[in-house]
Ligand binder design. Structure first.
Ligand code: 7PJ
Length: 276
């Protein structure tokens, strides 16, 4: 089977399939209100469950970037994610960290993570320098505006063209710094400064993004409002809709799907791959 370089790993990838990235939120509110220790224990238990369910990559995030969310100070994000990274780095799955802060990137790379997943596309001062001399994979996501305000009336002339232009500029900025193109992933950033119509225009354009930019694509639409808008379901009932969206993204060429529901996504992809 073909493999795909990913930090410390070469991950096997079915030609019609995709890798499953499981979301691991390490926010105090995501595991009861038991404080720091309970958050760490809860995060590790959740990671172990995802491992049993066949996850390929665990994406550790210490700041909720849902629309309207406040930012988390550096020290607090560090306190949340670093113990989890150290606890999980040798768990067998690849480890990604969802951060836009260069200091967190540096610490995570020292700890040995395989991907830096930056919703801000390495635009922060010092972000490119923080990741340049490592060999971890880098996910460049498109976002219009900032999480606190991004869903207030996003407007585009041509959303697909504007996302492609943005990603092309970011790829150029990273490669100009000496970063190998083989390390890069692109992500249209579903829900980050986009209406439902923008999100569906972008998922339909998955193949075009990959072909025009020549970089593999990660799709994250699990439980998002673009699923709720079509199904009419609240967030806790979006599993089936999210599976439909994940398979659509994979059919269009996405090579990583970022999901909450690992067991179900792994099963869906196994059948999908067997049918190709
Ligand atoms: C994404 C993400 C996404 C990437 C979040 C949520 C919001 N990282 N982090 N792509 N979304 N690369 O999961 O609902 O779509 S946080």
């Amino acid at each position: 089977m073909k493999t795909i370089p990913f930090g410390r790993f070469n991950l096997p990838l079915h030609p019609a399939g995709a890798l499953v990235m499981g979301i691991l939120n390490v926010t105090p509110d995501s595991f009861s209100d038991g404080g720091q220790h309970a958050a760490l224990e809860g995060a590790i238990a959740h990671a172990e469950l995802m491992m049993e369910q066949g996850v390929d990559i665990i994406d550790i995030g210490g700041e909720s970037t849902r629309p309207g969310s406040p930012a988390v100070p550096l020290e607090e994000e560090m306190r949340r994610v670093m113990p989890v990274i150290y606890a999980l780095r040798d768990c067998g799955a690849a480890i990604s960290v969802d951060t836009y802060k260069p200091q967190v990137m540096r610490e995570a790379i020292i700890a040995g993570v395989d991907m830096i997943n930056d919703i801000n596309a390495f635009r922060a001062d010092g972000a490119i320098e923080a990741v340049r001399d490592s060999d971890c994979a880098l996910c460049i996501m498109h976002m219009r505006g900032e999480p606190a305000t991004m869903q207030q009336q996003p407007v585009y002339d041509d959303v697909v063209l504007e996302v492609i232009d943005f990603l092309r500029e970011r790829i150029a900025a990273l490669t100009a710094a000496g970063i190998a193109r083989e390390r890069l992933w692109i992500d249209p950033g579903f829900g980050f400064g986009k209406t439902v119509e923008h999100n569906y225009a972008l998922i339909k354009a998955t193949r075009r993004l990959i072909d025009e930019l020549g970089v593999p694509l990660l799709a994250g639409l699990s439980r998002k409002s673009m699923v709720g808008a079509i199904t009419g379901k609240p967030v806790e009932q979006r599993l089936a809709g999210s599976l439909g969206g994940a398979l659509a993204a994979v059919a269009h060429g996405a090579k990583i799907v970022r999901v909450h529901d690992v067991a179900e996504t792994v099963d869906a992809l196994k059948v999908w791959q067997a049918a190709h």
